[in-house]
Structure formats: C-alpha cells, structure tokens
Design a protein around this ligand. Structure first.
Ligand SMILES: NC(=O)c1ccc[n+]([C@@H]2O[C@H](COP(=O)([O-])OP(=O)(O)OC[C@H]3O[C@@H](n4cnc5c(N)ncnc54)[C@H](O)[C@@H]3O)[C@@H](O)[C@H]2O)c1
Length: 262
C-alpha cells in the first residue's frame, strides 16, 4: 500500500535544506508526514530528507531552482511523481540582501522578487490546481515583520514580503471555495545563515564595526528581549499546516516576539 493509500499526509517545504525550512521538515516528519524537501542545495536537501526518513515516513529531496520561471511548476510535478499527492505546501525559501536604497539595481531587485515572490505565487498556482481536484489542502507562506517596516537598506526584501502578504490574501479568497486554506507566518529574528549575512551587511552599511554590539542592540528592541529559534517558528508553521481549525484562512501568524503587534 502506498503512503497515499495509507492516508499519510504529504508536504512540500521549499528551502527545506537549511534554517527554518529544515526545522519545519523535521517537525512534520516527527508528526508522521511524508516530506518533500525542495531546495537548490542538493546535498542539504538529501541530508534533511534522509534524516526525516529516519524519524517518519520516507522523505524525498526535490532539487530545484525556484527562482527559475519554470522551477515552481517543476517542483509540484516532481512531488506528484514521487508522492502522488500534495496535502501541504510551505513556501519558505527566500533570500535577502542588505543594500542602500540608492544602490538598488534591476538585477538585485529581480533576484529578490524571483524567489521571494514569483516562486510563491507560481507554486500556489501549480499546487492549487492539484488541491482543487482533491478539494483539500493547506498552504503556509513565510512572510516577515519587514513587510510592514520602512527599511531603506532592505527595500527589495521588505517589498517582496509585503507582496507575499498580498498574494496570501488573494490566494486564500481564490482557493477557499475549493477547500484550500492559505495562511502565513511572520518569523522574528532567527540566527540562520540568511540572518547572519544580512545583519553583517546592515552593520557595514551603517558603519558599525562592533558587530556583536550591533546585534545586541537589535535584539534589545524585540519586546520579548530575545531572538527566537527555527524550532519555535516552525511550530507555528506546523500548527497552521496540521492543527489549526479549518476555518482559519487569510490569516498572518506573527511568531516575532512582539516585533509585529497584531
Ligand atoms: N532568519 C530570519 O531571522 C528570518 C526572519 C523573518 C523571515 N525569514 C524568512 O524565513 C525564510 C527562511 O529563511 P532562513 O533564515 O531559514 O534562510 P536560510 O538562508 O537559512 O535558508 C533558506 C533556504 O532556501 C534555499 N533557497 C534559496 N533560494 C532558493 C532557490 N532559488 N531555489 C531553491 N531553494 C532556495 C536555500 O538553499 C536555503 O536552504 C525566508 O523566507 C526568510 O525570508 C527569516
């Protein structure tokens, strides 16, 4: 009997090879979900899929560049080929680049939008067509507190995440009649490779040589007074993907220690 016939839930997690996505993969596997780790990092995706397979049902690596126009549709095709169905999509993959507003150019703008926004939309379109047939599905998009801030050294990133908020609302309305829930999670500061890279870029742009002091100041501004972990934020994503009442859609769950206040 295949997993699909056995009723095991299947999930795609984009950017599952590291950071927040890896934590989501591990928690879903621990809850008995068949996980598809979608990432451009082959070695990382295979490592996480193998580890998930030891904790839960067989998991799979899907190696894909989601910034390529055809990447998201190929990912969904690949997932259907290995698992036969997709119950959950977590759109987590993203990039960020600290750059001064007056240094923005077309290439860096397009690079942010391709993965942070277009891939999210195209993945929802491709998986939404499949979920519509099955009249069920849950999608969780990863946004950011940055989406609501004026960030002159992080404009493309903040704009891409503001657009993720917009497309989450649109998709929730479009897909709701087909039994598909679409929500988002806004994580607080997690010490991942992305966070370290961008904070170093911010420090340089602000002329701050003492990186540790710079990071401590940023952390102090968080109302709960501490950074969060990938596991803490992943728990919010997994709750929306598996446990949240079926009447919650178009919602944004802030797991940001008070950075976001609604
Ligand atoms: N780290 C934070 O503090 C923070 C805060 C708010 C929001 N977020 C968001 O959380 C999400 C995860 O961030 P993270 O900190 O874990 O980042 P990360 O850099 O640690 O991991 C991102 C993963 O996405 C993959 N990826 C990037 N571009 C890809 C592409 N074109 N195709 C396929 N895979 C690709 C990378 O290979 C990597 O495995 C992102 O959407 C980010 O914007 C992070």
């Amino acid at each position: 009997m295949s997993n699909a016939e056995a009723g095991i839930l299947t999930a795609i997690v984009t950017g599952g090879a590291a950071g927040l996505g890896e934590a989501v993969c591990r928690q879903l596997a621990g809850r008995g979900v068949e996980v598809m780790v979608a990432d451009r990092d082959r070695a990382g995706a295979e490592r996480v899929a193998n580890e998930c397979g030891r904790a839960g049902p067989k998991s799979h690596a899907i190696v894909v560049d989601l910034a390529a126009p055809e990447g998201p549709a190929r990912m969904i095709e690949g997932a259907l080929a290995v698992a036969g169905k997709v119950d959950i999509l977590v759109n987590n993959a993203g990039i960020g680049k600290g750059e001064a507003f007056l240094d923005i150019d077309a290439a860096s703008w397009d690079a942010s939008m391709a993965i942070n926004l277009r891939a999210v939309v195209l993945a929802m379109v491709a998986v939404g067509r499949h979920m519509r047939e099955r009249k069920r599905g849950r999608i969780v998009n990863v946004t950011s507190p940055a989406s609501r801030m004026a960030l002159p050294n992080y404009t493309a990133y903040a704009a891409s995440k503001a657009a993720v908020d917009s497309v989450t609302r649109a998709a929730a309305v479009a897909l709701g009649p087909h039994g598909i829930l679409v929500n988002s999670v806004a994580p607080g500061m997690m010490d991942t490779a992305l966070q370290d890279k961008t904070e170093r870029e911010f420090a340089a742009l602000e002329g701050r040589n003492d990186f540790a002091a710079f990071v401590a100041e940023r952390t102090k501004r968080i109302p709960l007074g501490r950074r969060t972990s990938c596991d803490e934020v992943a728990a919010g994503i997994v709750w929306l993907a598996l446990d949240a009442p079926g009447y919650i859609t178009a919602e944004r769950l802030n797991v940001s220690g008070g950075l976001d206040k609604d």
